[in-house]
Each structure stands twice: as structure tokens, then as C-alpha cells.
Design a protein around this ligand. Structure first.
Ligand code: ADP
Ligand code: MG
Length: 487
């Protein structure tokens, strides 16, 4: 499942025409009698036939059916796996807001078109609310939402379904614990949760998220097309500032995520979106894992290996060695190169295996092609080269933290464009001063980049990008300091 599959599933026409037709026109509350089904975890499902009538599966051609046997067997397995995953967290367990989360029966809304399909999930638009709830109150008028549910075609065995379902629930727990302007917010969950799988289809288990009109994957295509139309005499790229901003905002999201000891593990363009205001949002926390807090950014943990997407996968992850949040720094470096060079990393490699081999052998995208045209400031290119060369270093000890990477990107952007609107600074200050009672200065010098910092389940398949087929979680060693196994 290449990222190209998104284009297949989420062609621009598909995506844009219904949106413009419905602009500001989400139909409000329709059936008051359904209200009791909303947000009542004890409220039962309507009768089987009633549910069939209102089921999301009726409004799309996507199949949500799984074998009843598989569903029934998967539920206790998924519950156990989720509870094991949660036990290993500290921040997520303490801070998740799942208890207060809005919960919905599948008949609380009509499901619209398929927006896109990932390696694990189908994402559909929420077409019409059939209940009254906070999400369609006046202050949210015109806001659009999506439903993320599992792909039935990936759930052939109970084990596989249990793994996918517990990852989706874990994603909900993690998202509900996070709060950052560049991390997509979770708005609601399905009332029945995991137990809905017993009913023989997967769409009773869903997350409700804000709708993102576009992804970074599509933006990259737009930026590249615009570049091709440039006059030969034009030396600066009109999108360069936006691309820098996207890199900075993404680094800001990841820096925040890391500050909560969460490793994201699936950095790629198709997991990053932009809301209606153009604000970058990181989503798809299906692979994210919380690691124990440590003052040493180089302390590693035996996490499940080969998680994520081949092109962005850090060598230690490929080799199933212990790793930590620095694996995200590696992925961020590759994606930053992609945003700046407007070129696909390891474009000549068509199989994941070939990409993994290249990365393991130390091959990296060519730094000299970073500028699509040329940078205004003579220092931009060498500074970027230095940043990326360290951020995708083979050894994680040589990589900066995401905090330093973010600060360096801000600094380089300032050098290139002059003043820079660093929305993140405010969040940082709040975050850091809450912890320390004072502002923390960024280590901005080149020396500090090295000195301060030298200090579920997806594996790459035949086709990478969106191929997130998750391996079984066997074969993981325990971290010597922990008595449990990581996912
Ligand atoms: N909130 C959203 N708004 C619009 N599209 C989305 C949203 N969330 C996901 N998508 C689309 O659906 C695809 C799959 O969703 P994702 O959460 O990445 O699932 P998976 O775990 O299967 O990769 C994304 O690559 C993106 O194109
Ligand atoms: Mg994804």
C-alpha cells in the first residue's frame, strides 16, 4: 500500500467537491429520539435490524464485515493487550481523558464518503449528525469530523484483529491525553468500544476526529507542481517559507510528544495534515508508545522492532535494537529533507527491503539537493546540511533531541526569512515554566546541538509508505530495568 494509494482513494475531486457543496452545511440535529443512544455507555444497541438500517456500512461501499467467530475471539484478546499496554504507561494512564470523552452509538450520525484508507484504518467523513451533542452545537457550526475505524480486510485472524483493535483504542487513550496545537484532537469514541467487534463488523469501533482537508503528502505534490511551473529566472521558491513552517510545526508537535515520553514511530507525510485554517496537525498515533521517563535522552528501551514506514525508519529500529525517541528524530530528518528538496527519499528504491538495506548501510538522501532553487541566506544550506547530517546519524547518540532539532529549524528559518512567527515558543514557555518555574533557554549553538544531545505494530511490507502491516509482538527482550515487555 503505497502512499500513492491515498491518491487512489482520496483523489482531489473526491475530496473537494462534496466539501464545497456542503460548506457550512452540516445538517443539525435530526432525530431527537436517538439522543438517548448518545453518550450513554450503558445504553444498548438498537435491535439488530435497526442497527443494520443505520449502520455506517450502508452508506459506503467499504466492507466492514468480519467473521463473527474472529470478532468474538478477538475481543478478550484485545482487551487484555490494551490493558497490558496501558499498564506500561504513566503519563497516558494518568492524563488520558477517556472517561470524560463523548461517546457515540453508530447510529448517532450518518457516515459519508471514504476520505482515505491507511494501512489499518478507513477514514470516513461524518456526514450528518443524528443526535444533539457538543460537537454540533452552535460554536462548532460548520465544523467537519471524520470517523476512523479499522479495515476489515486486515482483520482475518482473531490475533490480528485484536492487535489492530487494541492499537486503535491505545491511540484513543494517547490522543485524549495529549493537548497541543499541532496534534490532532480526539473528539469522541464509540460507546461500545472493543466489545462492538463481537457483532461481526469492525465499524462499531471508531474514533471521531476533526476533519483535515489535506495532508502533507498532498501538499508536497502541490508544492512540487508549483515549483515546476516557476519561471527559470525565478530563483526563490514561493512555497519555501510554508515548507519551513511545516517542518517547524511538525518538530514542535514531536517535541511536545517526546516531552510526554511518547515515541511516535510513524513519521511520514501521510500522517500529517492541515486543518481548514492551514494549521499543521500530527495524527495517526496507532504506533505510538510511551517509554519510561529518563533524564538521559540516549537511554534506550527494547521496543518492538521494524515499526513504522521503511523510508523513515531509523537503523536501530530496522535492526530491532533497543531505541527511543531519537528514532523519531531520524524520521523527522528524512521528512524534512523531503519537504525541502521536494523529492521522494530513496526514490529509486521500489521495495521496502531495498530501502531498509540502504538505510542500514548508511545511505541517506543527497544533501546538496536540499534547495529546490536557492536559499536567500548563504548560511541556510550549510546549517541545514549540518542539522540533517546529525539528525539522521547512524548512531542515535549522535542525533540531537527533537527539542534541539526544533530550535535549530527555527533558528535557520530566522536566518533565511528574518523574523519568524514561532507559535511554539509560547507553548514551550508554558510547558517549561510549569516544570521549572522559569524559562528554559534553547541550546542554539552548533556545539550545543552535539554536546547537549550527544549526551504495535507496523512493519515495512513489500510496498512501504502506507504499508503498516503489524508483526506479531514476539521476540522482544525485556528492558533490564523493567519487568514487562514493550510493544
Ligand atoms: N482527521 C482526518 N481528516 C482527514 N483525513 C484523515 C484524517 N485522519 C486520517 N485521514 C486520512 O486517512 C489516512 C489513514 O488514516 P491514519 O490515521 O493514518 O490510519 P492508518 O493507521 O491506517 O495509517 C491518512 O493517511 C489520511 O489520508
Ligand atoms: Mg497512517
Amino acid at each position: 500500500m503505497q502512499a500513492d494509494e491515498e491518491i487512489e482513494e482520496k483523489g482531489d475531486q473526491n475530496e473537494k467537491s462534496p466539501r464545497s457543496k456542503k460548506k457550512g452545511g452540516i445538517k443539525r440535529f435530526v432525530k431527537k429520539k436517538l439522543r438517548r443512544n448518545f453518550s450513554s455507555s450503558s445504553g444498548g444497541f438498537p435491535s439488530s435490524s435497526g442497527e443494520e438500517d443505520l449502520s455506517p456500512q450502508d452508506t459506503t461501499t467499504t466492507s466492514h464485515k468480519i467473521s463473527l467467530q474472529v470478532g468474538e475471539k478477538a475481543v478478550p484478546m484485545a482487551e487484555q493487550r490494551l490493558s497490558e499496554m496501558l499498564k506500561k504507561t504513566r503519563f497516558v494512564r494518568r492524563r488520558n481523558k477517556m472517561l470524560g470523552m463523548l461517546s457515540f452509538q453508530p447510529d448517532a450520525f450518518e457516515v459519508g464518503e471514504l476520505v482515505a484508507r491507511g494501512g489499518f484504518a478507513n477514514v470516513h467523513k461524518l456526514e450528518t449528525w443524528l443526535c444533539d451533542c457538543d460537537l454540533n452545537e452552535d460554536e462548532n457550526w460548520g465544523k467537519q469530523y471524520v470517523l476512523k475505524s479499522l479495515r476489515a480486510d486486515g482483520a482475518r485472524t482473531a490475533e490480528r484483529l485484536a492487535s489492530m483493535a487494541s492499537d486503535l483504542m491505545m491511540e484513543a487513550h494517547i490522543l485524549s491525553a495529549l493537548e497541543h496545537p499541532h496534534v490532532l484532537a480526539l473528539r469522541g469514541i464509540s460507546t461500545r468500544g472493543l466489545s462492538s467487534l463481537k457483532r461481526g463488523h469492525v465499524d462499531g469501533l471508531f474514533l471521531i476526529l476533526d476533519y483535515l482537508p489535506t495532508t502533507l503528502y498532498h501538499k508536497l505534490v502541490e508544492w512540487q507542481n508549483a515549483e515546476e511551473e516557476l519561471e527559470e529566472t525565478q530563483s526563490t521558491s514561493p512555497s519555501l517559507r510554508d515548507r519551513f513552517q511545516a517542518a517547524i510545526d511538525l518538530a514542535s508537535a514531536l517535541k511536545y510528544v517526546h516531552s510526554k515520553n511518547i515515541v511516535y514511530r510513524d513519521i511520514k507525510a501521510s500522517n500529517v495534515g492541515f486543518d481548514a485554517q492551514g494549521c499543521l496537525k500530527l495524527f495517526d498515533f496507532g504506533l505510538a508508545v510511551e517509554i519510561p521517563r529518563s533524564s538521559d535522552p540516549n537511554r534506550t528501551f527494547q521496543l518492538a522492532g521494524r515499526k513504522g514506514t521503511a523510508r523513515y525508519m531509523a537503523p536501530e529500529n530496522i535492526k530491532k535494537k533497543p531505541y527511543n525517541a531519537k528514532a523519531d528524530v531520524f524520521g523527522m530528518a528524512i521528512l524534512t529533507w523531503q519537504m525541502l528538496a521536494l523529492s521522494k527519499p530513496f526514490a529509486n528504491q521500489t521495495s521496502s527491503d531495498a530501502v531498509l538495506q540502504k538505510i542500514s548501510h548508511g545511505d541517506r538522501p543527497p544533501l546538496k539537493f536540499l534547495a529546490t532553487n536557492s536559499f536567500q541566506s548563504t548560511t541556510t544550506q550549510p546549517k541545514l546540511e549540518q542539522l540533517l547530517a546529525t539528525a539522521w546519524a547512524k548512531s542515535l547518540e549522535d542525533r540531537p533531541t527533537m527539542k534541539v532539532m526544533h530550535a535549530r529549524l527555527v533558528q535557520i528559518s530566522k536566518g533565511e526569512f528574518g523574523r519568524h512567527d514561532d507559535n511554539d515558543n509560547q507553548n514551550d514557555r508554558k510547558d517549561d515554566s510549569q516544570k521549572t518555574g522559569q524559562e528554559e533557554a534553547y541550546p542554539l549553538t552548533d556545539a550545543s546541538v552535539t554536546s547537549a544531545d550527544s549526551s504495535s505494530s507496523r512493519s515495512p511490507g513489500e510496498n512501504d509508505e502506507n504499508d503498516n502491516s503489524k508483526p506479531e509482538h514476539g521476540g522482544e527482550q525485556e528492558d533490564p530495568t523493567e519487568t514487562f515487555q514493550y510493544f
